[in-house]
Design a protein around this ligand. Structure first.
Ligand SMILES: *Cc1c(COP(=O)(O)O)cnc(C)c1O
Length: 604
């Protein structure tokens, strides 16, 4: 049976049973049932499901692996971590993170004033709070405020001018935030986000600037506040060797800065980048390391540099975000329509005397079996081509043409059903001609922006029928009217779906691992709003749905674009009133819940 690569990307979070995808946790509810449950009150659009237990699982994993590595290597430092808010600032997710972090030294990383305000309002005083990114005076003064509220905050400076602002402000306060220095590495970053590292990186202090910073810190008696150095080589690190290279560089900087008089420098913050396995049709995982190795390598390397350079072993902090949140969210979108659904056997209108090629197609359809399936499939595609040419030349009529198209589609479906190896080269070669378009109720721009912008793929699978062989090679079309709103069939990443009649049954697609970056990058292309979202708390008896945030109303959407919605509504109402057949239109108005809701909605 088709498993949609679950063994690669699933991380044991899901399993397939009775044809359904189920959560591998306590009562093991199926995604299909959860979604049907949520939709029973009439909700029609896409839904984001959040699973708090999967957030906790990732945080637990990080802390237990580092704790194990520290013990095994008898490492002297402490371990802590922060969640970078930019990865996904969703309030319900943040609650899960804060809840899961209670038993650890786990805090937040903020990269802007808005994120810092969120962190300042949510964190308790012991949890670490780090601030990266460019900092103006207002942001720095928020940092001072946080320190004076008693929070454990470190401002990581990216440039000397930021340090100068801190020095100015420090003259007026007795309680100061801790200071971190971001290092500009000469080791190159990796992956799509390589700009985060490297000597021409957008971020961090060069060796020369580090010396200047040390001099300034000493001169203004702030050296005691300098506790951390920081770097970040990029997101989605698939190979551990660039990280090791960077660590060697940073470990030596750490030791040198201590020797230069950084008496309280005790922490190395390695940034984020832990990899998430998104691949669905792969032979092996994209990452060449596990979390276990990641922790071992980091601890081992920093320990040996400390030994060589005779400095105290550093506390280790990491800022991985993608790894923590990607798996917790699943986007579920219903299939609206299969484009070729008109090609049904009962629509055939065969004549008493058909063109010979049509009769041949009928025979291929009647006699196709496993041993001849591929050959018959090829023949049928050839016949169809010839028949279409005959039509263009006026030799056959529109009934013959319709019959040819129906028969060819029926043969395609049957052939794929009969063939064992759906990914055979032969089949993949003609896949373009035989694919089915699935119209899916969601917006790629809103919900999978990295698919559109960075060509990143996400695992997709149907939530039901997993005990039946899928027979259609699928391309997915979203309901925006943009031709980029398509996930086309890709030979390297083929997706097969079931042949269903959506008038008779619901068929949902799950897009997995969408919990990092996608939600906040989403765009309102065609004015599609964020999907409705629900947190699903699973227990040993069943599950509870909580924290539902409904999709924004059309009123809010138009309002946020700067429309005078009241005026817009009045004009529309007037136009309806002054139209020809007001009575008839009034009925239509009552029937159309979308229009009715819009007109009746008030500004909140
Ligand atoms: C984006 C970012 C992170 C998080 O990276 P992930 O790949 O999501 O782990 C961590 N630190 C800094 C400085 C970042 O810019």
């Amino acid at each position: 049976m088709q498993r949609y690569g679950l063994d690669f990307w699933g991380d044991d979070n899901f399993f397939i049973k009775d044809g359904l995808v189920k959560l591998n946790y306590l009562s093991s509810p199926s995604l299909y049932n959860i979604v049907s449950d949520i939709r029973k009150d009439g909700l029609k659009g896409p839904i984001i499901l959040r699973f708090p237990h999967l957030v906790k699982k990732q945080i637990d994993k990080i802390f237990s692996e580092f704790s194990r590595a520290f013990t095994e290597l008898d490492y002297g430092g402490k371990f802590s971590a922060v969640y970078p808010l930019k990865v996904n600032q969703n309030p319900n997710l943040l609650n899960s993170i804060l809840e899961a972090s209670n038993s650890y030294e786990y805090g937040l990383e903020a990269g802007s004033k808005a994120e810092l305000l969120i962190a300042m309002a949510s964190l308790n005083n012991n949890s670490p709070l780090t601030v990266n990114g460019f900092k103006d005076k207002e942001l720095i003064s928020l940092g001072f405020l946080s320190a004076n509220m008693g929070q454990n905050i470190t401002l990581t400076i990216e440039g000397i001018n930021e340090l100068e602002t801190i020095i100015e402000m420090a003259k007026e306060y007795t309680v100061l935030p801790k200071i971190g220095l971001r290092i500009r590495l000469h080791s190159l970053g990796v992956g799509l986000w390589a700009k985060s590292g490297g000597i021409n990186s957008k971020f961090g202090l060069s060796a020369t600037e580090l010396i200047t910073a040390m001099e300034l810190l000493k001169k203004h008696s702030l050296i005691e506040k300098f506790t951390m150095i920081h770097f970040h080589i990029g997101s989605q690190i698939t190979s551990i060797s660039p990280l090791k290279k960077a660590l060697r560089e940073v470990g030596n900087i750490y030791a040198d800065l201590i020797k230069m008089g950084a008496i309280n420098l005790n922490t190395i913050n390695l940034g984020g980048g832990l990899v998430v396995e998104y691949g669905q049709n792969i032979k092996s995982k994209v990452a060449n390391y596990s979390l276990n190795e990641y922790a071992n390598d980091i601890v081992f390397m920093l320990q040996s540099i400390s030994k060589d350079k005779k400095v105290k072993e550093a506390n280790i902090m990491i800022e991985s975000g993608r790894f923590v949140t990607a798996s917790h969210a699943v986007l579920v979108a219903p299939v609206y329509e299969l484009f070729s659904h008109d090609y049904q056997e009962n629509l055939l209108k065969l004549k008493d005397k058909n063109p010979p090629l049509v009769d041949e197609l009928k025979e291929l359809y009647d006699y196709i079996e496993p041993s001849n399936a591929l050959e018959f499939l090829h023949d049928s595609l050839d016949h169809l081509n010839s028949l279409l040419t005959l039509f263009d030349l006026g030799y056959i009529d529109i009934y013959d043409r319709s019959n040819s198209e129906i028969l060819t589609h029926l043969i395609i479906q049957k052939a794929i059903f009969l063939l064992d190896d759906m990914n055979s080269n032969e089949l993949l070669k003609i896949e373009n001609q035989i694919q089915e378009k699935y119209l899916v109720n969601f917006s790629i721009f809103q919900s999978l922006p990295d698919f559109w912008g960075l060509k990143q793929t996400f695992p997709v699978m149907p939530l039901s029928k997993l005990d039946k062989k899928p027979t259609r090679s699928a391309s997915l079309w979203d309901i925006t009217c943009d031709s980029d709103g398509e996930i086309s069939f890709d030979k390297k990443n083929p997706l097969y779906l079931h042949n269903i009649d959506v008038k008779k049954e619901d068929y949902f697609l799950g897009f997995f691992l969408v919990g990092a970056y996608q939600e906040v990058l989403g765009m309102k292309h065609n004015l599609f709003e964020k999907p409705t979202e629900v947190s699903v708390y699973i227990d040993d008896k069943g599950y509870k749905l909580k924290d539902m945030i409904e999709s924004n109303s059309i009123y809010t959407t138009l309002n946020s674009l700067g429309y005078d919605v009241k005026k817009l509504k009045n004009k529309l109402k007037n136009n309806i009133k002054n139209s020809n057949d007001f009575k008839k239109l009034n009925e239509l108005f009552k029937d159309n819940s979308y229009l009715r809701t819009f007109i009746n909605q008030e500004e909140k």
